[in-house]
Design a protein around this ligand. Structure first.
Ligand code: SAM
Ligand code: SF4
Length: 479
């Protein structure tokens, strides 16, 4: 799509909360609004339109959204006094779950758009503009345009393909939604049923991104390894086959995928970690709990042993495989013994990184109605103990790389002048002094110091290096 030559430049500020899928969606919203003359603004003050792209996973998420909307309402009032305007839009999972409530509680909001309707944003902006033209002077009311339908036609067919790449790394959304209905989670209600994009669309988008400078592509999905898309030959591929096809794109050096579910980790995908050199030796595989009875109450559809078997198989396929995970503590009914099982599982696996959460009841989910909710103080204590162990494992994992030379994809300027920031194959952040021309390139770096969540290194070579040279032996992290 090309920009209309007459369109006046307008500022667009997008505030993104939550996961990488939201980051990807925010970029797509910016792309779909570009032909209307919207260009990135650095602050809401400089913007003609602000989109708050929300996440419903965290506790008090909607309260935070309402306080942000209150601030935007004040900004809109100031702008209207000065003869300007501000279009306020709310997107993402809170928009999907609480769209009507948002319109009722904050009437200054113009647009509420659910995750399946982003391709219809231009039409919604036009409706908001028509409403603004017929508005009574002095009113603070927004346009009241709401679209939280789950349309039959997939939004991906209607969104422009991403065209810009910064720092050599790009995301491609391949799968959306979830049919698994874990009892604690809102995603199946806010993102709808599982949908897999066809392989040809994914490959075309990846080719375009590599042509625009991507050396690394991360495939995204709420259940990315449940992907099963229509293949160019009319068959259905699984994720392993898609990864093999992407690995053939010349210039694409790194492939990642997130987030995976243990139930969908099939033999072919495990084998891909052995057979596809571009597939990075790092996997985010949420376990949620180490206790079978909690996993069952969560409706995860797998037990502790299944998870541990997968870890063994992955490490057999790729000895330097690093794992990260998500863990919830204090799920309703979780006993001290259950929590000990989680700590034992963490010790047994040895994670390179992890996200750990206190269980928080999400309205409308089955777990919110379960008896035996765990007291706040107990959840706090368990989270603290778990995070101490995970932090120790992460420090040990990072420390094991000191003195090794690893290939780093430099993605952005570091905080200090002359410093670059990049990622190792195991997704660690690596700082090194270097020329900005190395941004977007994979460069050998000798690690000289390890910190809690990052590494410092010195560039030793400017040529491209194999990811397999860095860790000839497995990296030990198990406590
Ligand atoms: N699809 C992924 C999976 O199956 O693991 C995770 C998706 S969810 C967006 C990200 C993480 O948020 C989950 O893995 C879980 O640990 C956490 N989470 C989701 N709902 C939660 C809740 N009600 N309380 C605490 N943590 C929660
Ligand atoms: Fe939520 Fe479970 Fe689906 Fe993950 S698999 S998105 S945790 S319902």
């Amino acid at each position: 799509m090309t920009e209309a030559p007459t369109a006046r430049k307008k500022g667009l500020f997008i505030r993104t909360y939550g996961c990488q899928m939201n980051v990807y969606d925010s970029e797509r919203m910016a792309d779909v609004l570009r032909p209307l003359g919207y260009a990135p603004a650095s602050t809401p003050d400089d913007a003609d339109m602000v989109i708050v792209n929300t996440c419903h996973i965290r506790e008090k998420a909607s309260e935070k959204v309402f306080s942000e909307l209150g601030r935007l309402r004040d900004l809109k009032a100031q702008k209207r006094q000065a003869g300007d305007d501000l279009v306020i839009a709310v997107a993402g999972c809170v928009a999907q779950a609480e769209g009507a409530e948002i319109m009722r509680r904050q009437p200054a909001v113009d647009i509420v758009v659910g995750p399946q309707a982003y391709h219809r944003l231009p039409e919604m902006v036009a409706r908001a503009a028509r409403a603004a033209a017929s508005r009574r002077p002095g009113t603070m009311k927004g346009a009241g345009v709401l679209d939280t339908e789950f349309p039959v036609e997939p939004k991906f067919d209607h969104l422009p393909a991403p065209t810009t790449v910064s720092g050599g790394s790009a995301f491609v959304s391949v799968q959306e939604g979830c049919d698994k209905f874990c009892t604690f989670c809102v995603v199946p209600y806010t993102r709808g049923a599982e949908y897999s994009r066809p392989a040809a669309a994914v490959i075309a988008e990846a080719r375009g991104l590599v042509a625009a400078g991507a050396r690394e592509i991360t495939l995204l999905g709420q259940n990315v390894n449940a992907w099963h898309g229509a293949a160019p030959d009319g068959s259905t591929w699984t994720l392993a086959r898609l990864i093999a096809a992407l690995a053939e794109i010349e210039g694409l050096a790194r492939i990642r995928y997130t987030t995976s579910h243990p139930r969908d980790m099939d033999a072919a995908l495990i084998a891909a970690h052995r057979d596809v050199p571009a597939l990075m030796p790092y996997l985010h595989l949420p376990v949620q709990s180490g206790a079978d009875r909690v996993l069952e109450a969560m409706n995860r559809g797998h037990g502790r042993d299944h998870y541990l078997r997968l870890v063994d198989q992955l490490r057999a396929a790729r000895p330097d495989m690093a794992l990260s995970t998500d863990i919830i503590v204090g799920f309703p009914g979780e006993t001290d013994g259950d929590f000990d099982d989680t700590m034992r599982l963490v010790r047994e696996v040895g994670f390179a990184a992890a996200f750990s959460f206190k269980y928080s009841a999400r309205p409308g989910t089955p777990a919110a109605m379960m008896a035996r909710q765990v007291p706040e103080a107990v959840r706090d204590a368990r989270l603290q103990a778990l995070q101490a162990l995970l932090g120790e494992q992460q420090r040990r994992f990072n420390g094991a790389l000191t003195g090794h030379t690893v290939p780093v994809l430099f993605q952005e300027a570091g905080r200090k002048p002359g410093q670059l920031l990049g990622k190792s194959p195991w997704l660690q952040s690596v700082h090194a002094d270097g020329d900005a021309r190395l941004l977007g390139q994979i460069v050998d770096v000798r690690i000289v110091a390890a910190h809690a969540v990052s590494l410092s290194g010195e560039i030793v070579a400017g040529d491209f290096a194999s990811t397999r040279t860095a860790a000839a032996k497995p990296i030990e992290v198990a406590a």
